[in-house]
Design a protein around this ligand. Structure first.
Ligand SMILES: [Zn+2]
Length: 336
């Protein structure tokens, strides 16, 4: 363990410290090697600031918006240890966020509600609001402060793993406007990282990555990196090329080779909302993301409604009939 890590977190890692301490007093900060200032803004919110660099990017790395998606959490914890030990030397500004520590502690996706529906500037306040609401409010403020500083590029990678199998094992959801040149370059880089598919979403939503795109001027991605497993059961080898990609992004050594594998591109063609308790999906519950259906097939039924495939190439994403009434139960995508 590096001396710097010990100074800020005792004999714990960033993750261990975040889980063990439910609040942080003040904003403890420290100058670590290579003239890098680190500052703990809050529980699980770590700023890494290389001093004196001009033309920097601001890169937000977030994990554990869903508490049981452990692989990205392990990757980020190792990354922080490596930064403190001087093995990885960031040239860009970073904000590293462990979004939902309480959900991690309870080994669950969420404690009270799905945090990735709570990143909205219109989030209502209630006296008895959930921990997730209070936390997302803080994370939105930190993200705006972080991206409020001048930067050459503003990038957000929100790292997840998915509940179900996927035809494309690693994929990205992109809330960025079509035609953004920064986003186009990122798509090429993500292809190099081994991301096999990119889904562009048109509508505004209340995910963390949509928030930073729409309200912080960032180019943002939700990255789905494989399947959910418990701590210690992840084979981090499965994530090696993404980990390398992240390291290159923060050290400023990323390079497009020109012959990188291109990710398949899709766009959201529609969303099916659960309107009543009668809502049912019409395919097996263990079906893989990106499964394609034929014209005429019925994908979902509700009280007075059914969704029938009407275009060629329609595929499904994130099906879940157990969502609350009024929430999205299925996403329909088509090739871009
Ligand atoms: Zn997730």
């Amino acid at each position: 363990m590096s001396d710097f890590l010990e100074k800020l977190f005792g004999n714990q890692s960033f993750l261990q410290f975040t889980l063990a301490n439910d609040s942080v007093v003040g904003k403890p900060s420290l100058l670590i090697g290579n003239n890098i200032q680190v500052e703990l803004w809050d529980r699980g919110v770590l700023s890494v600031y290389p001093q004196g660099n001009s033309s920097v990017h601001s890169i937000l790395l977030s994990v554990a918006v869903h508490g049981n998606e452990t692989a990205p959490i392990e990757i980020i914890d190792q990354l922080v240890s490596d930064i403190f030990a001087g093995k990885i030397i960031p040239t860009h500004r970073l904000l590293i966020v462990i979004a939902n520590p309480e959900a991690i502690k309870s080994n669950s996706r969420e404690v009270d509600e799905n945090m990735n529906r709570l990143f909205s500037s219109e989030l209502s306040t209630a006296p008895d609001e959930s921990d997730e609401r209070q936390r997302s409010r803080k994370l939105m403020a930190y993200s705006q402060a972080f991206f409020g500083e001048e930067a050459d590029q503003k990038i957000h990678y929100d790292l997840h793993t998915a509940i179900r199998d996927s035809y494309y094992k690693q994929f990205a959801v992109s809330p960025n406007p079509v035609g953004s040149t920064v986003a186009e370059r990122q798509y090429a880089l993500l292809g190099q990282w081994g991301i096999e598919a990119i889904v562009s979403t048109g509508e505004k939503s209340a995910t963390y990555s949509a928030f930073t795109t729409n309200y912080c001027g960032a180019t943002s991605f939700t990255l789905e990196l494989g399947k959910v497993k418990a701590f210690g059961e992840n084979d981090l080898g499965d994530f090696a090329s993404v980990t390398t990609g992240l390291q290159e992004a923060i050290t400023g050594s990323e390079n497009l080779s020109g012959d990188e594998k291109l990710a398949q591109r899709f766009r959201v063609a529609g969303e099916v909302l659960k309107q009543t308790e009668d809502f049912r999906l019409c395919f097996p519950s263990n079906i893989a993301n990106f499964t394609e259906f034929e014209i005429g097939e019925v994908l979902a039924t509700d009280k007075d409604y059914q969704y029938v495939v009407s275009n060629s190439g329609e595929r499904i994403l994130f099906p879940n009939e157990n969502v609350a009434i009024g929430q999205r139960a299925l996403v329909i995508i088509r090739p871009l």
